[in-house]
Design a protein around this ligand. Structure first.
Ligand code: NAP
Length: 280
């Protein structure tokens, strides 16, 4: 079997078309131009190229975007001070904080974002609403992954879904969304004993571990849908967490890296931003 490729670029293009129409409507009907602030602490963790890609996408859609660059030696206090100013800025409707260096606390910092501007859905108020099934904001990486799963047409009811990775941003919210679709979900992590015994049974396998070749074909069930969230820089190349060339011979559907999850997550971040602007 050779897997069909889940075309994240195409899914993202369709989403961006809808978003562009919504932005134009907001501008025309309410005089609102959605504004996104991205806080980037310069470091190898920061995914600066993604911040620039977000900025470019905002421009294409008619959204205002401001990137705030801070030095690698910045402190939690300085970031919180910047966030408080963004909270008070009427032209900013959403705040996105890029991955921070380990000496900074994303959890603490996320709680300082005005919940109305929390487009990452990491504030405990938004997370609480999400977990009781009445979300104001849905964590955008997880909702992007759901769009890709929907693109395959797989009916998740009663299916075994395995999520490798339990981060606050990806693994945990995704597992919850899959559960809401009546999949039976296992969450695996770095301390999971015998990872293969879980992945091998998965009808849907989502991998967000952050390590290349975490998943090879012998760990995948024949005909599984495989979503690779990982982005790993190897020299000048980006590769995922799944051994794509190997696994594509056994999966029914697979996402490429790049061109899979990444483009869709940016669109879903902007979807949250437009919601926030509409409610402002
Ligand atoms: P993270 O916070 O580092 O979490 C990684 C998770 O994977 C942890 O729960 C960890 O377990 C688990 N893990 C690590 N190695 C493992 C292994 N060998 N077997 C099983 N589980 C393992 O990372 P993240 O923010 O969730 O991101 C994960 C990946 O997705 C990264 O490559 C990141 O760049 C990528 N990403 C892509 C997008 C996109 O838009 N394309 C967005 C976000 C993230 P423990 O909890 O036990 O440590």
């Amino acid at each position: 079997m050779t897997a069909q490729i889940i075309n994240g670029e195409q899914v993202a293009r369709d989403l961006r078309k809808q978003l562009k129409e919504e932005v134009a409507f907001l501008k025309q009907e309410k005089g609102i131009v959605p504004g996104l602030a991205i806080v980037v602490v310069r470091s190898p963790f920061a995914r600066m190229h993604v911040a620039r890609l977000k900025e470019r996408t905002c421009r294409q859609l008619g959204i205002k975007c401001e990137i705030i660059y801070l030095s690698e030696t910045t402190t939690d206090e300085e970031i919180i001070y910047r966030i408080e100013r963004l909270n008070d800025d009427r032209n900013i409707h959403g705040i996105n904080i890029h991955p921070l260096t380990p000496h900074l606390s994303h959890t603490l910092i996320s709680q300082q974002v005005d919940p109305e501007k929390d487009v990452e859905a990491l504030h405990f108020l938004n997370m609480g609403d999400f977990l009781i099934g009445r979300p104001r904001m849905v964590p955008f990486v997880a909702s992007g992954i759901m769009k890709l799963i929907e693109a395959t047409g797989i009916n998740l009811e009663g299916k075994r879904a395995v999520v490798v990775g339990r981060s606050q941003l990806v693994g945990k919210p995704l597992a919850f969304l899959l559960l809401e679709r009546n999949a039976t979900v296992s969450i695996c992590h770095s301390v999971t004993a015998d990872l293969d015994s879980y992945t091998k049974k998965a009808d849907l396998l989502v991998v967000a571990a952050g390590h290349p070749r975490t998943i090879t074909s012998r760990m995948v069930k024949e005909g599984a849908v495989v979503i690779d969230v990982g982005v790993n820089q190897i020299g000048s190349h980006l590769i995922g967490d799944v051994d794509y060339e190997d696994v594509k011979n056994i999966a029914s559907w697979i996402t490429p890296v790049p061109g899979g999850v990444g483009p869709v997550t940016i669109a879903m971040l902007l979807d949250n931003l437009i919601k926030a602007a509409r409610n402002s």
